[in-house]
Design a protein around this ligand. Structure first.
Ligand code: ATP
Length: 452
């Protein structure tokens, strides 16, 4: 079973401290959320899993962490200033503004069909750099992480001596002034993306596009999603953006429907072509924006020594949508048979916010508490992630709480621990609820085997 309604997840997220509405005490801000004590851990773990698979485990990808504030010229030549917009309609009755493609010709607030013609609305957040408000000082909060990968292409190539094929990966915040943010953290105005721009020789792009589709599907399965909840949507040729040669969407069965989790596009030479100096020296396949301001040729030598502008395969995913997907998949309400329902988050252990909870059987017993503190210190050194000392409520409540937040193992220090030799603790498994006794001398090995 998975979460079947968004309400189940929203409620768990607030109750247990995964995700809160931003500025909650002032009534909130639409489409903006904050990650709480457990949400930040889950999100960091998902990002680390992506980075590990995309950068560390490969030999053909480098990382980047670029600025959020973006020079206007970058987003001018990328095409975002002109085209990064959704067609909008205004309701003439209640004055609401909505995305034309999402409302089926009827105002979702008042039901009126008296709407304006669709007009483009730019989704970028504009700001100004420095004290003077003027056209020259306009900058944007980046609407995707990709553009800095293109503008830094030459610096990365020169500093790493990379040859084709190779990629540059980046995870970071992006901002879009979505007109209808909705479905919790699915469509928000401030979010994180994990993007790879993989540069290949023209002619090898179709193969690489297929390879990346397979690699990315496998990665999502490794994060716990089931294939039966995934759909691969291939954009029909006549729906493709003019620069794209092909595009796959990895869609997931969210509680509100089957929707895009990640896009994997073959963008040809459009992006580097847009930003390069001396465009006329290259035979660009995509229709690029004329550029007389770039100071650098964004090209690389192929095996024959010829300078080429590589094609780009771009797998681009939303971290927040990823968090929502793994939570949806992991959520279970288990009927324990005796009228009791157990809510449990069966997250993959590498994603679990807390890896081990150390629980004292009796909070006010000094010896038990001292042993808990000692074990916590010792286990933190293993590098398995967060080990938390749990000292709220009774043992039953502690188990329930850790089931709900997905803690794979609960380790209980009881009277036997402090009274009998060899010293031992109980370990309870989240999924089976089975308990075993492990000698504390063997704990480190046990946990290393389990988590690493
Ligand atoms: P959509 O069609 O849903 O608006 P998109 O096709 O514009 O998305 P891309 O520009 O391809 O999205 O961005 C890549 C990824 O970034 C998406 O697959 C999605 O996971 C994530 N993403 C895009 N917009 C948002 C948003 N407003 N909130 C959360 N994640 C987003």
């Amino acid at each position: 079973m998975v979460a079947t309604t968004m309400e189940q997840l929203v409620s768990l997220c607030k109750r247990r401290g995964f995700i809160f509405q931003n500025a909650d005490i002032y009534g909130g801000m639409q489409g903006v959320y904050d990650y709480g004590p457990l949400g930040v851990e889950l999100k960091n773990n998902l990002k680390a899993a992506w980075w590990r698979a995309m950068v560390y485990e490969r030999d053909d990808v480098e990382g980047l962490d670029s600025a959020i504030l973006t020079n206007r010229k970058v987003l001018h030549y990328s095409g975002h200033e002109d085209t990064f917009s959704d067609p909008m309609v205004d309701c003439k009755k209640c004055k609401g503004r909505f995305r034309a493609d999402q409302i089926g010709g009827k105002c979702p607030v008042c039901g009126s069909t008296d709407l304006t013609e669709p007009r483009p609305f730019n989704l970028m957040f504009k700001t100004q750099v420095g004290p003077v408000e003027s056209d020259e000082n306009i900058a944007y909060l980046r609407p995707e992480t990709a553009q800095a990968i293109f503008t830094q292409f030459k610096n990365v190539v020169d500093s790493t001596s990379r040859k084709l094929p190779f990629g540059i990966a980046q995870i970071g915040k992006t901002f879009r002034n979505e007109i209808t943010p909705r479905n919790f953290i699915f469509r928000v105005r401030e979010f994180e993306q994990a993007e790879l721009e993989f540069f290949v020789n023209p002619g090898t792009d179709i193969d690489w596009h297929e390879k990346w589709k397979e690699t990315r599907i496998q990665w999502w399965l490794d994060q716990g999603l089931k294939m039966e909840h995934i759909n691969i949507y291939k954009t029909p040729d006549d729906d493709l953006a003019h620069y794209a040669k092909a595009c796959y969407d990895i869609e997931y069965q969210f509680p509100h429907g089957m929707e895009e989790l990640e896009g994997i596009a073959n963008r040809r030479d459009y992006d580097l072509g847009n930003h390069t100096k001396n465009q006329e020296e290259f035979t660009l396949e995509a229709h690029c924006h004329e550029n007389k301001e770039s100071t650098t040729k964004l090209c690389i030598q192929d095996d024959s020594g010829k300078w080429v502008i590589p094609f780009v395969i771009e797998p681009s995913m939303g971290i927040d949508r990823g968090v929502l997907a793994v939570m949806t998949e992991a959520y279970e309400e288990e009927d324990l048979g005796n009228g009791n329902i157990r809510t449990v988050l069966k997250l993959k252990k590498h994603l679990a916010p807390i890896k081990v909870a150390i629980i004292p059987l009796k909070k006010n017993n000094e010896q038990i508490m001292a042993k808990c503190h000692e074990l916590k210190k010792q286990l933190m050194k293993l590098g398995i992630g967060r080990v938390a000392l749990e000292n709220t409520g009774n043992i039953g409540k502690a188990y329930r709480r850790h089931d709900e937040v997905g803690t794979p193992l609960c380790l209980t220090v009881d009277f036997e621990t402090i009274e009998q030799q060899p010293e031992s603790v109980t370990i309870r498994d989240r999924d089976t609820m089975e308990q075993i006794r492990v000698n504390t001398a063997d704990l480190a090995d046990y946990l290393r085997n389990y988590f690493l």
